[in-house]
Design a protein around this ligand. Structure first.
Ligand SMILES: Nc1ncnc2c1ncn2[C@@H]1O[C@H](COP(=O)(O)OP(=O)(O)O)[C@@H](O)[C@H]1O
Ligand SMILES: [Mg+2]
Length: 359
């Protein structure tokens, strides 16, 4: 496939209901040509349903799905030119690796000598050349999933869909496999959608991340913007770690301050907060919170160490404060704080993440 053949995928007001269950509710998304987008969200939020709608395995209750300039809403799965990789690998157990990977090409009546060649190329891509004659039960889980990836890519589909492909693979292998999948996706230029409930995986493999919550899009953006500018407590908690605390926004003359408990932190001038935000909360990521034995600035949050755990390079601390228990880490080679010791939590005002409080 030539990268210039990459297609855009568009969902317009797509809903999917199963009886009374609104699995997806009026979804509008564009997936840019040649990109890898991750759908991230807790179990049951609608990720698999969204992939199945795009693949044609499931038909939308309402709305439209477009591949480039083609409306595919009513096309069956076999006519959509989509490759799919499942969590369960879904290989044919009675077929060799070679026949598994070549199966789709056989269905398309491709010339047998071309099949052999393309299967070999695909197996090379996933580092499994030489495994042609093995059966799935003679392979590790990671190798089986590589066969599944080769089987999807050998057809050079317009769209590649991955549904939690690494969930059954042990964590050490997962990292290298996700890097391989990303490399293959980039070099092929195939517009790809990758479902996971693992936020680290989502940040690592994607151009864009879409966070889904109960059948609705919560936020969409590049990994960095979702991490640094979550718009809701749900996103702040789901991506990375976060202490979400109640706070008040105060306008003083031309500037703004955030009040957390009895601590007032003036916001830098260039910090944008929507004018109509209403009641707010603050998301404090552990790496934004620095523990000190004294308050050097007057804008620190006072607290008492309530728990600590040695983790090798870092120590994790829980600190009891007026706004609740906060969690942070400090390098283990730094000064260590004792249980019940009074400490001050320093926060860089520019880093504060302001989000609307839940209604
Ligand atoms: N075939 C089905 N029949 C009835 N309900 C379904 C069906 N498929 C999915 N659902 C429901 O739709 C919601 C979303 O499911 P799913 O897309 O599988 O979530 P995820 O992949 O994010 O875990 C869940 O409430 C699930 O129970
Ligand atoms: Mg699922």
């Amino acid at each position: 496939m030539d990268k210039t053949d990459s297609i855009k995928i568009t969902l317009k007001d797509v809903s999917k209901h199963f009886g009374a269950v609104k699995a997806l509710d009026e979804i509008n998304i564009q997936f840019a040509p040649g990109t890898m987008t991750t759908l991230l969200g807790p179990s049951g939020c609608g990720k698999t349903t969204l992939l199945r709608l795009i693949s044609g395995l499931e038909i939308a209750t309402s709305g439209e799905i477009w591949f480039g300039g083609e409306n595919v809403t009513d096309l069956s799965a076999t006519r959509r030119d989509v490759g799919m990789v499942f969590q369960s690998y879904a290989l044919f157990p009675h077929m060799t690796v070679e026949r598994n990977v070549g199966y789709g090409l056989g269905v398309l009546k491709v010339d047998p000598s071309e099949i052999t060649e393309r299967v070999q190329q695909a197996l090379k891509m996933v580092n499994l050349d030489g495994y042609q004659k093995r059966y799935p039960d003679e392979l590790s889980g990671g190798q089986q999933q590589r066969v599944a990836v080769a089987r999807a890519m050998v057809l050079k589909p317009k769209v590649l869909l991955f549904d939690e492909p690494l969930s059954n693979i042990d964590s050490k292998l997962r990292r290298s496999m996700r890097e391989d999948i990303r490399k293959l996706q980039k070099s092929s230029g195939i517009t790809s959608i990758y479902v996971t409930h693992d936020q680290a995986e989502a940040l690592a493999v994607s151009d864009e991340v879409i966070v889904i919550n109960e059948g609705k899009i919560e936020q969409q953006g590049p990994p960095k913007s979702l991490y640094h500018l979550p718009k809701t407590a749900f996103v702040a908690n789901f991506i990375g770690e976060s202490n979400v605390v109640d706070a008040t926004l105060e306008k003083d003359g031309s500037g703004k301050s955030v009040i957390i408990g009895d601590t007032c932190i003036p916001l830098p001038e260039n910090k944008k907060v929507p004018a109509d935000i209403g009641p707010i909360q603050i998301s404090l990521r552990p790496e934004m919170v620095q523990i000190k034995a004294e308050s050097s600035s007057g804008t620190a949050i006072e607290g008492v160490i309530s728990q600590s755990a040695y983790m090798g390079p870092v120590i994790e601390y829980s600190i009891e404060t007026k706004v609740g228990n906060l969690f942070t880490r400090a390098p283990a080679h730094h000064k260590q704080y004792q249980l019940n010791q009074k400490v001050y939590l320093h926060i860089e005002p520019a880093e504060l993440i302001v989000i609307p409080a839940p209604a």
